[in-house]
Structures are given as structure tokens and as C-alpha cells.
Ligand binder design. Sequence first.
Ligand code: ZN
Length: 433
Amino acid sequence: MDASTSPTAPLDRVLTNCRVIDPANNIDGRLDVGIRAGRIAAVAPDLIRQPHRGALDLGGAVVTPGFVDVHVHVYEWVTNFGVAADAAGVHSGATTIVDQGSTGAWTFGGFKAFIVDPARTDVRAFVSINVAGALKGGMEGEALHNPGMVRVDELVGLAAAHPRVVRGFKCHGESGALSHWDLAVFLKAVEAGKRAGLPLYVHTGELFPVDETHRPSPEAVLPKVLPHLKPGDMLAHVYSSMPDGVVGRGNRVPDVVRAARDQGVLFDLGHGVNLSFRIARMMMDAGIYPDTIGSDVHGDFNSYHDLSILDYSLAGAVNKLLALGMSLGDVIARVTAAPARFLGDATIGALTPGNPADLTVLERVDGDWTFRDSEGERIAVTARWVPRLVIKDGDVIVPDCGLLSDLLPADGRPLGVTRPFAGVQQAAVPARR
Ligand SMILES: [Zn+2]
């Protein structure tokens, strides 16, 4: 151990004058956070009185473990709908992001070299069940996704070779895929997940182009798919109003969904174009909350590298669930402790001493604002929580918030209405072109 990492060395940085919410460690209180050698050294009162090299007075802001977004699409330039990893990550307030299915076993090399390795953000992947990945938004290209394009051995081998990055497999339980291949592709994903000992992340709601001569009845889709899932697998888009989705066309929680939940299947918000406030209220009334809050941030499916219609974000989703009545602590748990558990990685999502110093700093901004859902319903609020700083491996980054269109006015992004935190300088984030 060299002098700078010794437990008796001065702290590199102390975050002070803040409310720390760390659900994994049952912490919610006015505490300081001490950082040494890029890691959490301590979370305790009055660390500011200990020897330290630098301090950040956070002016009463909320400090949490770095947000973990379990659903993004960041194979930029290779898929037509991928966004830059750091735009979805540190510049949106998240220190860890999980790409869902952009890369397949045969395209993973480029994903690792050109996306994961250069990013400031900690990028993980649920690898697509087909060898190519999701090259085109909306899963066009039937030949790319048919059962002959699945190699279970290669998926299992890839996961073994890249255990830090590959945390599971992405697959689809929806009308289009079933209309072409019935369960043939899906069951290969189930096999891969069991053999690799990794979770599946299962898209729900119509996505693939449907073969109309074999369209399944919407109510038949999830009853076919759900019995094959194992505890720890996760369903996406839990508050969607899609006819073949988790709730479907009814106005109650289907029995098969309740049964899956009782057996340990997890639910992700998977915001995207799939968040209905009406469905959310109905599900919350029935006691069903998302286990995690994924943003599903991506560009326009029908264009190339076009973010002009992107109108949702992880931080926006956090605020919408608050507006629907969840508590701040419950929502923070779903972007920190819960996704870390899902990913099987205790070094993220928790301010446990020794963990990488990955943190998100949220500031409450007062003022009228309106959130909108996929059905056009609006909710008015008078305050919202905005990510103002991210700390990644101990380095302070001021997020540019460029993708937070549901949370910040376009002409004021970054917000620019609150004073800068004392002592913060913009850390260098490599320009991504
Ligand atoms: Zn997605």
C-alpha cells in the first residue's frame, strides 16, 4: 500500500454540507463523504475536520451512489439509433450504464474497443441473443434475427471471456418475434442464460415487424414467454400501454404477470416510449413498482444518429416516479442498490468504503414544470431533482445534461440558474466524435 492509499493518509476530497442517501447501506442523513485514491474512504459526520486536500461544499444537495441505468443503447455509429456512451452516462448523471442488445457475439469486439474502453462512463452490456446485435432500430432485417443467427456456445464463451462487461443477454418476448419464429429464438436465450448463469433482459411490447398471417393474440404473448424465465431475469417496459405488453389491453395486473413476480422475475421501468402514467398508477395501486429504472435512451429508429425526437431520460424518469407518489429514497434505491444487485456487482450502486468513488449529486430546483407520458397525459410539478455533478473514480465531472430534455429547458441546458458549487472545476471528458 503506498502512502496515498493508506487509511491514515489525508483524504483527497471531502464532500460536505449534503444529504447522503445510500439505500444499499441504509444511510439517509447529513453526512460527509471522504474520497481517497479514487475510492470511497468513509461516509460519516464531520470528515471535513480530518486532514484533506480538497473539499466540496454542496450547499445542501443530495449525494447518492452513482446512478446505474440498466437500459441504454450506445453502440454509436454501428447501430442507427445508438447515442454516445458518455452522453447517456456521466453527462446524464449516471456513472454506470448497461447497453441492451446493441452488440451481438460477432460485433462485441468493436463495442469493447470503440465504446466501452474509451468511455469515462462504466459501460456494461446485455449481449443480443443473435450474433450481430440490433443493428437497426425496430429490429428490421428478419434474416438477422432468425434462429439460425443464434449461437449459444459463442454467447456463453463471450460472457466467460468478458465477465466485467457482459452481465446478461437481451431477448424479446413480443408479437413480432413470435409471429416469425414462435419461441425458437426465445428458448435459445433461456438456454444461454442458464448455461452462463446470467440474467435475461426481456423486451415486452410489439417491436419487430409482425408477420400478420401469424400474429399471436396480444393476450397470448406473455403467458407463452413468462413461464420460461428464471428468478433474477427482468421484464422491460412494465408501465407500458402496449397491447401485447405487461398489462396489455386490460386494466388490471394479469395473473401470469403476478405469478412471474412471485417467482422472482424482476421488472424494469424501461421508460423509452413506453411510460403510461395511467398504467403506472394502476400498477402502483396493485403494489407493483419497478425494481429498477432504466431509461431506454436511444435515437430515432427511422433515421441515422438523430436525437431530435428523444424526449425522456433517466433523471427525468426519476422525477416522474416521484411525481407519481414514490419517495425519494425508494426512487434512489431503484437507480443504485437495485440495479447493482441485478448486475451482481457490489462495487457499484453503494457508497461502501473501498468501492470506486462513483457518485451522483442532485440539486432540487424549484419552479413550475410539466412531465408528459406516452399517452399525452401531463403532470405538473413545482420542483424537480437535477443531476448537477457526477463523481467518477474520484474525478469531478459537471454533466452537460444535453439529453435531459424532459427535465431542463432546451435553452438552459445545462440549467445555469443555480450558482456553481464552490470549488468545482470541469474535469476533462474526452471529446467524442
Ligand atoms: Zn431498448
